[in-house]
Design a protein around this ligand. Structure first.
Ligand code: DSN
Length: 415
């Protein structure tokens, strides 16, 4: 067998990987769904388990030679149960979307009704967007945030549920900066005799650490991705009570997937072990504290934040009042040129388009992982504002970019 390293075999990909590593080292990863995993998680995800087919579940596989795959998957499951307190966990979904797909496939028939949050109000494609299979296979109605307050309109949700009679209500969001009141959504689901799926993709780590309330034990199904605030590498996860365990397992495999990506399952196992350490709770708390500082700093400069602040790892700034001529997309481009990588994002009551939205979304999970404290985050907030306020200035972008590199060097990754 060829046993040369990647540089010898494929210099083009080796160069791209080296470039990506440098990019991560020298820029601020503030896309709210991203984080930096540990070296140990990287090692697990790049391991020999990529070679192994393990269709089935531990102890009941369709192939021989699964003894180590079983061990790894059982560790991932046991650790997930301990982290989130769920009765049953499936760690095989390839992503958060596929975790959601498993729940829909297990519990709904085509044409059934989904009630979920509108995408521009913070929802997710896999919650019923017309471009996603969910929007095409199911009947979808959406609830919204109160555009005045930016908070979920729980009363509107309840009324819509009463009228629409959904089969499932989806909670859990991609661009919602506030604490989710799971029990109020559950009450609406109970009243409508609907299932409740809480997609905690963004806040898996915050929930595991107890810095955001948990929907486990409230919602029927809790899904998530494993590479965001929980920092366990690429993948998805489904949690439920024992009564739905078989349905969910069958919906993941063979319903929606073939062989699990066992190297990713290994990454989850390692990341979950790290998250069970006491230091993780401190990390999650600092993520939230840092987001609060970031929000206050941006507000101090006059930027308007959706909901007026944050309770979690992200802030969503609506640029329409303070910078009516700057779109979120243009802000994203100018900030990226200065080494601050975040995304233009739609805001509630969006008046532009998803491709050129009115807001920017920024998260603190990645910077907190690399050691940014509140002072450093405050400075990052100042730098973001400088660019937003003068997005056409090459001098500003250059100066901010220089400072970003210094901040990155002071908080190195993967030394
Ligand atoms: N794309 C992710 C996000 O940025 O929120 C969710 O899948």
């Amino acid at each position: 067998m060829e046993n040369q390293n990647i540089r010898a075999v494929d210099p083009a990909v080796a160069d791209a990987l080296a470039g990506e590593r440098t990019r991560q080292e020298e820029t601020l990863a503030m896309i709210a769904s991203e984080n930096h995993v540990s070296r140990a998680v990287l090692e697990a995800q790049g391991s020999v388990l990529t070679n192994k087919y393990a269709e089935g579940y531990p102890g009941a596989r369709y192939y021989a030679g699964c003894e180590y795959a079983d061990e790894v998957e059982e560790l991932a499951i046991d650790r997930a149960k301990e982290l989130w307190g769920a009765e049953h966990v499936n760690v095989q979904p390839h992503s958060g979307t596929q975790a959601n797909q498993a729940v829909y496939y297990a519990m709904l028939d085509p044409g059934d009704r989904i009630l979920s949050l509108e995408l521009s109000h913070g929802g997710h494609l896999s919650h019923g967007h017309p471009a996603n299979f969910t929007g095409q296979m199911y009947e979808v109605e959406q609830y919204e945030v109160d555009t005045e307050t930016g908070y979920i309109d729980y009363e509107g949700l309840r009324e819509t549920a009463e009228e629409f009679d959904p089969d499932i209500i989806v909670s859990g969001y991609s661009a919602y900066p506030r604490t989710v009141e799971w029990d109020r959504i559950q009450a609406a689901a109970d009243a409508a005799d609907a299932y409740h799926l809480a997609d905690i993709a963004h806040i898996t780590g915050l929930v595991a650490a107890g810095v955001h309330p948990s929907p486990v034990g409230i919602a029927d199904f809790v899904t998530g991705s494993t590479h965001k605030t929980i920092r366990a590498g690429r993948g998805g996860i489904v949690m439920c009570d024992e009564e739905y365990a078989d349905d969910i397992d069958k919906a993941v495999f063979p319903g929606g997937q073939g062989g699990p990506l066992m190297h990713n399952v290994a990454g989850k196992a390692v990341g979950f072990k790290e998250a069970l350490e006491p230091a993780f709770e401190d990390y999650a708390r600092r993520v939230v504290d840092n987001a609060e500082v970031l929000g206050e700093t941006l507000q101090g400069h006059g930027l308007s934040l959706v909901s007026g602040g944050t309770d979690n790892h992200l802030v969503l700034a609506d640029l329409r009042e303070s910078h009516p001529d700057l779109s979120g997309g243009d802000a994203e481009d100018a900030l990226a040129a200065a080494g601050i990588v975040l995304n233009g994002n739609t805001v509630p009551g969006e008046t532009r388009s998803p491709f050129d939205p009115s807001g920017i979304r920024a998260g603190t999970a990645g910077l907190t992982t690399r050691g940014f404290d509140e002072d450093a985050i405050e400075e990052v907030g100042d730098l973001i504002y400088r660019v937003v306020d003068d997005a056409d200035s090459e001098d500003v972008i250059y100066e901010v970019g220089e400072r970003v590199v210094e901040l990155c060097e002071a908080n190195p990754l993967y030394q």
